[in-house]
Design a protein around this ligand. Structure first.
Ligand code: FAD
Length: 467
């Protein structure tokens, strides 16, 4: 008899959530983790530390720029970076301890070491002392997540040329920060250091920021970031970074080729995306197939090509987001318990946690156009929202996209403060197949920023009240 019903390799949001759900369903579960702490990228070097620094740096900027106009007089705020990093670390520690607690509460065995799949039902774990043990299990879930993507010829030293991990722990504020990649993580971490005093230039290969997000939203967001002091070099590529001098010199060329220029910086942040992490797992030897982008290949039920081996989260296709990994973890645990676990990939919110925030769920206008779907648009700006006006935080707008035939909401996109919280009413509505009319007729508390969503839904039928 195998010792376990389920062994999960990796304890990021995909892995630990899968383990908890499986334990709730009566399975005997173990998790394997190679890092000293549980929680994966998200808790240790991803979502959580970045949000702690975004929050702290936003408070710093508010104290310096917004308090006075509200009649709150403070003498110029002083940055204590070590204290801010301590604040960040306390947040990480609290969350990591939370996962330790959940493992104990659900009687999940935590096995420390690197997991390697030997075949159906067998996982070898090698501890830091080099000793290996083999565990037997009915099922295995691969939840090994992702790693930073590297740029050829640019060596990351995590001091001056950093990945997101190094950018979360800089020892001083760089005078000039060059960010390579205008995706979510680059813009979030760029925002942190800009607020703390860095001059930030973002170089992006494409001719737009936030690839994949709604184009109109991305354009307005770029204008807002530029007003905040960001400089963008779009349609450009960094082809090398000269690190021999006191300052770094990045060689930047037009994406299509042409004359190169040199941009100086104290720190270069390489933020061009993430790649699935499957090193040392023994997938090839075990017969687990990968797709052409190095992701573990799965079917609609998260099953790999080897019986009893499943995969979820950043290690498989789909948006590299913690909540997507979590939902897949729950779904696969439920499938293993004989239930109908399922993830609706059409309704996965995405948020950029800057100020203002950008939040989005469902289809973009570009996707609807490309699919040939006739749609109607309702928009409402925060300049016309009472709560935003009194708080003097009127940047941004809400856009609702509805099916022209039946009014069903197909996408909602928001730029604005608290957009990341507001997006969920749209997500719930879309899960239930709701229409713009449903949203428009739902009573919204006044005065809230969420009223802008109701107004945008009213605007789909050309009857917004406050515009
Ligand atoms: C700076 C940054 C900010 C981010 N912000 C957000 C955000 O705000 N919202 C959001 O949704 N997403 C965010 N993400 C993405 C998010 O962190 C990932 O999508 C999420 O962590 C993926 O979860 P996962 O469980 O698939 O893998 P991971 O969290 O990567 O966890 C995988 C775990 O597996 C372990 N592991 C790997 N191989 C082995 C092995 N062979 N044996 C044992 N253990 C192994 C690793 O040590 C790791 O602990 C951010 C990422 C970064 C880098």
């Amino acid at each position: 008899m195998p010792t376990y019903d389920l062994i999960v390799i990796g304890t990021g949001p995909g892995g630990y959530v899968c383990a908890v759900r499986a334990a709730q369903l009566g399975m005997k579960v173990a998790v394997i983790e190679k890092n000293p702490t549980l929680g994966g990228t998200c808790l240790n070097v991803g979502c959580m530390p970045s949000k702690a620094l975004l929050h702290a740096s936003e408070m710093f900027e508010e104290a310096g720029h917004s308090f006075a106009k509200m009649g709150v007089s403070v003498s110029g705020p002083k940055l204590d970076l070590p204290a801010m990093m301590k604040f960040k670390q306390e947040g990480i520690d609290g969350n990591v301890k939370g996962v330790d607690f959940l493992m104990k509460k659900n009687k999940i065995d935590v096995v420390r070491g690197v997991g390697r799949i030997l075949g159906t039902g067998k996982v070898q774990v090698t501890g830091t002392d080099g000793k290996a043990q083999t565990l037997e299990t009915k099922n295995i879930v691969i939840a090994t997540g992702s790693d930073i993507a590297r740029l050829k010829g640019i060596e990351i030293d995590e001091k001056r040329i950093v990945s997101s991990t190094g950018a979360l722990s800089l020892e001083k504020v760089p005078q000039k920060l060059l960010v390579i990649g205008a995706g979510v993580i680059g813009l979030e971490l760029g925002s942190v250091w800009r607020r703390l005093g860095a001059e930030v230039t973002v170089v992006e290969f494409l001719d737009r920021i936030l690839p994949g997000m709604d184009g109109e939203i991305a354009r307005q967001f770029q204008r807002i970031l530029e007003k905040q002091g960001f400089a963008f070099k779009l349609g450009s590529k960094v082809t090398g970074v000269e690190a021999s001098g006191k300052k770094l010199a990045a060689k930047v060329e037009p994406a299509a080729g042409g004359a190169a220029e040199s941009i100086e910086a104290e720190v270069v942040l390489v933020c061009i995306g993430r790649v699935p992490y499957t090193e040392g797992l023994g997938l090839k030897e075990a017969g687990v197939a990968m797709d052409n982008r190095g992701r573990v290949q799965i079917d609609a039920h998260f099953a790999t090509t080897v019986k009893g081996v499943y995969a979820i989260g950043d290690a498989v296709a789909g948006p590299m987001l913690a909540h997507k990994a979590e939902d897949e973890g729950v779904a696969v645990a439920e499938i293993l318990a004989g239930q109908a676990g399922h993830v609706n990939y059409d309704v996965i919110p995405g948020v950029v946690y800057t100020t203002p925030e950008v939040a989005s769920v469902g289809k973009t206008e570009e996707e609807l156009k490309q699919a040939g779907v006739a749609y109607t648009v309702g928009k409402f700006p925060f300049t016309a929202n009472g709560r935003s006006k009194v708080n003097q935080t009127t940047d941004g707008f809400v856009k609702v996209l509805a099916d022209a035939k039946n009014d069903r909401v197909l996408g909602v996109h928001i730029i604005g403060r608290e957009a990341g919280e507001m997006i969920h009413e749209a997500a719930v509505l879309m899960e239930f197949g709701g229409a713009a009319e449903d949203l428009a007729r739902t009573c919204h508390a006044h005065p809230t920023r969420s009223e802008a969503i109701k107004e945008a839904a009213l605007a789909v039928g050309k009857r917004a009240i406050h515009m």
